[in-house]
Design a protein around this ligand. Structure first.
Ligand SMILES: [Zn+2]
Length: 369
């Protein structure tokens, strides 16, 4: 049943086409989505009424900038949902260590939408492939943790190519009743993949991979057909963070993965749009979203290139009322010379030090230094 025609049309369109027609499609889709949440979610309705924002008045690209951002911490403190609970097919959780969990509620339509947009974004960036790969995922085994954001993402990403073996490094220990990182298993797996004729794709946290390589003085040649897809940032290991360019060169030297096959991904459980590196290593913003940068002082809009708080907008999710999400992440908008249209997203850290720990932190807790 197709009930949201503009959103369906948007997700059929090229994610990096920023022609007037495509931009209008995002506007129409966003309006369709905003009206749904306004009518179906009491908190959103009351908030927007109080701020005198009327979603019916979303009639130009410029109007999008007037949509109030809902603070990300509200989604950690409340269960916000715009459909009856029995319609939900998946609840994604980011496992915070400080007791603050983020959840995203997905009905079938929204789940189909997010899977579809993730695929078209990766395909447009040259990352989808019908040939088979061996996967090493530095995350939770989805058989045990399918509702965790990172496990969901990794399982999703492995579906964009053919699959041979998939190895999940964070495994459930039945005796201890907790997850643990199987470092020995990862090293054995990498060596097995190196010897295989099938190319490798590594999905994981950059800090974890960095420590695995340096601690074990690892030098392998996975071959020029292999890929590295990172995500989750260096959170919790920020003091060890090395510049992206240096990291990419290290991966080339120590794993033999070409620079243009090393792609980082930024995503948030509450937002769901993947921002993915192009071959030059810049995170591109698709036409399925808008990213605004706001002053931390008064939330006024900052011009391109200036550093401020990131405000994310999306339209694909009809079960989770987060079309306009104001985060505590700092960043700015940039440009890229790779030929893909649109702005790039440059991340510049988090406002407040350790307030909102996500699943990345939880996984990084496994690193024993
Ligand atoms: Zn680019």
């Amino acid at each position: 049943m197709k009930t949201h025609q503009f959103t369906d049309a948007l997700l059929e369109s090229d994610p990096f086409d920023f022609s007037q027609k495509s931009k209008d499609l995002f506007l129409k889709s966003f309006k369709e989505n905003a009206l749904h949440h306004y009518k179906s979610h009491e908190f959103t309705q009351k908030l927007w009424d109080r701020l005198e924002f009327d979603p019916e008045k979303l009639n130009s690209e410029n109007d999008l900038k007037n949509v109030p951002g809902t603070m990300v911490h509200l989604y950690k403190e409340h269960e916000f949902c715009s459909v009856p609970k029995e319609d939900l097919v998946l609840i994604l959780t980011s496992s915070g260590t400080g007791g603050q969990k983020s959840q995203q509620f997905l009905n079938q339509e929204s789940l189909d939408n997010v899977k579809r947009l993730a695929y078209t974004i990766h395909q447009s960036l040259g990352m989808a492939d019908s040939r088979k790969y061996n996967y090493l995922c530095f995350t939770y085994d989805p058989k045990e943790a399918n509702d965790l954001g990172t496990a969901f993402t990794d399982e999703l990403l492995t579906n964009f190519t053919g699959k041979n073996e998939v190895y999940y490094a964070i495994q459930w220990n039945e005796e201890l009743k907790e997850f643990e990182l199987n470092e020995k298993g990862m090293l054995e797996t990498l060596k097995r993949f190196e010897a295989s004729d099938i190319p490798t794709r590594i999905l994981g946290f950059p800090a974890l991979l960095f420590e695995l390589i340096t601690k074990n003085n690892l030098t392998l040649n996975l071959g020029k057909e292999s890929w590295l897809q990172t995500g989750g940032g260096w959170k919790g290991k920020a003091e060890k963070e090395i510049p992206k360019k240096e990291f990419r060169n290290l991966i080339l030297k120590r794993l033999g993965i070409p620079l243009n096959h090393q792609r980082d991904l930024f995503g948030m459980v509450e937002h769901g749009i993947p921002y993915v590196d192009c071959s030059e290593g810049n995170l591109h913003i698709p036409n399925y979203a808008r990213v605004y940068v706001r002053s931390p002082k008064d939330l006024s809009l900052l011009p391109k290139g200036e550093r401020g708080l990131l405000h994310f907008m999306c339209s694909y999710n009809f079960s989770y009322p987060a079309p306009s999400l104001l985060t505590t992440d700092y960043g700015r908008l940039g440009s890229c010379t790779c030929g893909i249209q649109g702005d790039t997203l440059i991340l510049e850290g988090r406002a407040g030090i350790s307030k909102h720990k996500g699943c990345a932190i939880k996984a990084l807790d496994f690193i024993k230094v």
